[in-house]
Design a protein. Sequence first.
Length: 332
Amino acid sequence: MTRLPSSPTRRRLTALALVLAATGPWAAAPAGAQGFPSHPLRLVVAYAPGGATDIVGRMFAQEMSESLGQTVVLENRAGGGTLVGTESVRRSPADGYTLLFGTNAFVITPLLHDTKTYDPVADFQPIGQATVQSLGILVTPGLKIRTVQEFIAYAKANPGKVNFASSGNGSAQHLAGEAFAKAAGIKMVHVPYKGTGPAMADLLAGRVDVMFSSLVGNMEHVAEGRLALIATTGAKRSPATPGVPTVDESGVKGFQAETWQAVLAPAGTPAPVVDRLNAALAKAGKSPKIIETLAAQGMEVRTTAPAELRELLVRDTTQYKALLQQAKNTLQ
């Protein structure tokens, strides 16, 4: 076989060919991005079937399936206060095929553990926020309170006697109550329950005074006079209750407490894959079916860029750390 002589000119031509191969139109796509997705994806929900997060997650999974051209299978992995499902996603390959449909608990849960679990910012790649929802301040009708200012006046006149229920220590409901007490300059006693159902049952029975809770499933109680909805906690009025003022409008300026749902992937997921998933999420958020269904339940579609979701995670981590420190005497 005849060998070409190794010369400076040949070496330069070889180097140029390698550069063109890496940068030209025939260059290979980044690892994990070419042809994505080529098979079904998993969207993990760290809750049992039938809850709000499960229902909303299924709606987004269906819409994203159509956009991606591959089935997005929702998988319920409840347990450990959302740790089981979340950790399963963290340990999955960073290829975009395993995603988490998370909530505020995604940020709160690791703050409740003395031992290190996961880092919401460092261990995950944000895809985008999906929804946002304000909570309702629901008061037992026996107090005959109809406004936020009446409630604050009552609490100040009865220091340490007003109590508020939540679905458990460290829950979004618990931290919303702590944040409200701090902002309003009042003292309330936290009564944690093992789930929203038992807490709501005692509120309806008048055994507790107030609860900061989702409007989903509770509007019938309000309409029939079993509970008084005195305000909502979002930045703007809830689409489900446009006639009910926000806490900010009611005189506690700057107060805001919202719950959210978002899509995340393991850290290290390739940027082109992240962009593809974010585009599918954004398109799903424009579905009239999703918008109308969620609005009727007091939820709002809010799809964001990955960078915006990362900022939310950082901001919420700081806020929840402070609130948990404030409420440490109630945590077990």
